[in-house]
Write a protein that binds this ligand. Structure first.
Ligand code: MSP
Length: 659
């Protein structure tokens, strides 16, 4: 068993709201950290769940004419389903209505009471029913509104209540945080809660007697435990506190990942309760920023809800990929675009841009530019590298330094920098491949071409292992195309640290492109959940992605050389059903048979094409047309409605390059 443990949690989500992209943001971040720590060899535990008690849930159930339990069962199931779609790898899902939780919440309450830290009193204050929280007058917005729920009035509430002696622990807390500054991150949040504590802690109301949907106070059944105290306990109840094996193994938590609005509960109240009960305090609370849409927080009441599953379906339809790949793109985008800790506005134009530029071009394309070469020139077997020279060393060193830095970056939850590092490796690999151009050197120096292909594929292997926490589906498919025998799931960070893990002779398995470019938002591909976002992309893609804006239309010889134009022979051709112009042609590129969809009707009929020697742009990105992968483009002259296919003057062999 590994000697290092990593226990990460998300907040447990309220069941009075539908799951939306804000919840997904936290959960995806926690999932990536958990997957990465598993990869790095930590004994890892990842917990999420639902917060099911409280007045708000009781009210929403009533409004819907069902019992609170029936309501929570329904919404908890929605969260679980969403986590499945988003490929979340939690080890446990805790619900606060489960007996295993209620037992622990009541037990901790009893312990604090027995120690004299909970007493019966009266609580008065400004109460926000949405937050289930009291606020100081100085914290309220205009007209005594809630500081979190803009515009929502707080109520002056006075009731008999059990109180927890928070004030008694103020000095302990200030000392503890001064000695353990890393226990609250980022620093701005630490400063914020520190000044809140310095301004004076008041004892905290920890029970309610005006409604019943909660865990009863064990020694006074007229009260239920305040929902926040109940909820925080989930982090230990899920581990089987006090005597569970998991508790001994994973507590204290490495990190409670939360949104910035609930840092006070996690970084002040929770550690004080634990300390008072004689339980070790968590190592860290990390508060990330808010995800907004058009500058506003997601909220059902404001009508701003993006359903991440609907969004993934929409991206999938636009890109012609399946939903798990679209989910990968969303996971990647959220953690690449916004530095973790800061606020960020969700924007689908930026998502499409990242999909095309980062995932399709920089990562996916690296595979498309190498695997076919291995197929064509090395019979599909990864060539053995020859002596090292030129930029081989730079590529190797970049891979080593990137793999070395990642664990520390993930410990700091610096996802965007971690991805930036992996992209540094992909950038060096792409440049290396451009410069080495094995498709050219194959003629003059096949050994060097083989070395360049080997090194590039080895960089792809390392990047793929490192990227697996963000892109669990895509990396598995890339791994499949690399043809490596042992599954990606068996790889460890150490495998990414070692250069040379790709065995020469490995048989590559070419497949369709994993991230085909999204050309533009297509009509009819929009699902209701993401409709606002779709409108945004349709409008902006027109203005932001102008085509043909080059001032000077000359290209360099190097740009021309990127075009892989070759002679091919048409083997079969047939009309694509229900289309006016399209022909599906099977062509032979000299040993490699491809399918190309081309719009030649009525100028050519399919049968005229069979047996013709034609010219094909072979390295055009594959596209899905009418459900068929079209890989390449037939070149033809076009004038005044006429079309003539290009051909070669002499009987050049299939596969011959046009230079
Ligand atoms: N039930 C409490 C948490 C108890 S934990 C012991 C709660 N639930 S919640 O459903 O309101 O979830 C809040 C959390 O969801 C935030 O702290 C954050 O992690 C995530 N987010 C919800 N909306 C979000 C955004 N718009 N942006 C970023 N995170 C968001 O509070």
């Amino acid at each position: 068993m590994p000697d290092r443990t990593y226990y990460i949690t998300t907040p447990i989500y309220y069941v009075n709201d539908v799951p939306h992209i804000g919840h997904a943001y936290t959960t995806i971040a926690a999932d990536v950290a958990a997957r990465f720590k598993r990869l790095a060899g930590y004994d890892t535990f990842f917990l999420t769940g639902t917060d099911e008690h409280g007045i708000n849930v009781e009210r929403v159930a009533q409004r819907n004419g069902v019992t609170p339990q029936a309501w929570t069962d329904r919404v908890a199931a929605e969260f679980r389903t969403l986590w499945e779609v988003l490929n979340i790898s939690h080890d446990d899902f805790i619900r606060t209505t489960e007996p295993r939780h209620e037992r622990v919440a009541a037990g901790l309450f009893q312990t604090l009471y027995d120690k004299g830290d909970i007493y019966l009193g009266k609580y008065e204050g400004w109460y926000c029913a949405s937050c289930e929280s009291f606020y100081l007058e100085s914290e309220l917005g205009p007209d005594k509104t809630c500081p979190v729920h803009t515009g929502r009035k707080t109520e002056w509430t006075a009731e008999e209540s059990y109180l927890f002696r928070l004030s008694k622990y103020q000095d302990w807390w200030l000392r503890y945080v001064a000695e353990h500054p890393g226990s609250i991150e980022p620093e701005a949040r630490r400063n914020e809660v520190t000044s809140f504590v310095r301004s004076g802690l008041k004892d905290l109301s920890v029970s309610r007697s005006t409604f019943t949907w909660g865990v009863p106070v064990p020694f006074d059944r007229r009260h239920v435990i305040y929902v926040w105290i109940d909820a925080l306990t989930n982090y230990i109840s899920a581990l089987g506190y006090p005597d569970g094996e998991r508790f001994a193994r994973f507590w204290p938590a490495s990190v409670h990942l939360v949104g910035k609005e609930i840092v006070r509960f996690h970084a002040v109240y929770w550690p004080i309760m634990l300390h008072a009960a004689g339980i070790a305090v968590p190592e860290q609370t990390f508060a990330h920023g808010w995800l907004t849409f058009g500058g506003q927080r997601f909220s059902k009441s404001l009508g701003i809800v993006i359903d991440p599953a609907a969004l993934a379906r929409e991206i999938a339809a636009e890109a012609g990929v399946d939903v798990p790949i679209a989910v990968d793109a969303l996971r990647y985008f959220l953690l690449r675009e916004i530095p973790f800790g800061a606020d960020g506005d969700f924007n689908k134009v930026a998502l499409v841009h990242r999909f095309n530029a980062d995932l399709a071009n920089d990562y996916g394309n690296l595979l498309n530019r190498t695997i076919p070469q291995v197929e064509r020139h090395f019979g599909g077997a990864v060539p053995a590298p020859g002596p090292s020279r030129g930029n081989d060393g730079l590529l190797r060193e970049t891979a080593a330094s990137v793999a070395e830095e990642l664990d520390a970056l993930i410990t700091r939850l610096d996802f965007s920098r971690a991805l930036g590092e992996i992209w540094r490796l992909l950038g060096v690999a792409n440049k290396y491949l451009d410069e080495e151009a094995p498709w050219r050197s194959i003629k003059t120096d096949p050994e060097r071409a083989g070395t360049a292909l080997y090194n590039t594929l080895e960089a792809v292997r390392i990047a793929t292992v490192l990227l697996s926490p963000w892109l669990p589906t895509a990396t598995t498919r890339v791994w499949g195309q690399l043809g490596i025998g042992s599954p990606l799931s068996s790889q460890r960070l150490d495998d990414a640290r070692r250069w040379g893990g790709l065995a020469p002779g490995t048989r590559v398995r070419p497949g369709p492109p994993i991230f085909p470019r999204i050309e533009k938002a297509k009509d009819g591909a929009r699902s209701p959940g993401a409709v606002k976002v779709a409108a945004d992309v349709a409008q902006r893609s027109k203005t932001e992605e102008p085509e043909g804006t080059r001032v000077d239309n000359s290209i360099s010889i190097d740009e021309f050389r990127k075009l892989d134009i070759r002679v091919a022979e048409v083997l079969e051709a047939a009309r694509v059903p229900n289309t006016d112009k399209l022909i599906e042609a099977k062509i032979d590129l000299g040993g490699e048979v491809r399918t190309i969809i081309t719009g030649l009707v009525p100028q050519y009929q399919p049968e005229e094409l069979v047996g013709k020697r034609i010219i094909v742009l072979a390295n055009l990105e594959p596209r899905r047309v009418r459900g068929v992968d079209s890989h390449g483009m037939l070149l033809a002259a076009e004038w005044e409605g006429q079309v003539a296919l290009l051909t070669v003057e002499k009987n050049a062999p299939k596969g011959a390059r046009i230079t």
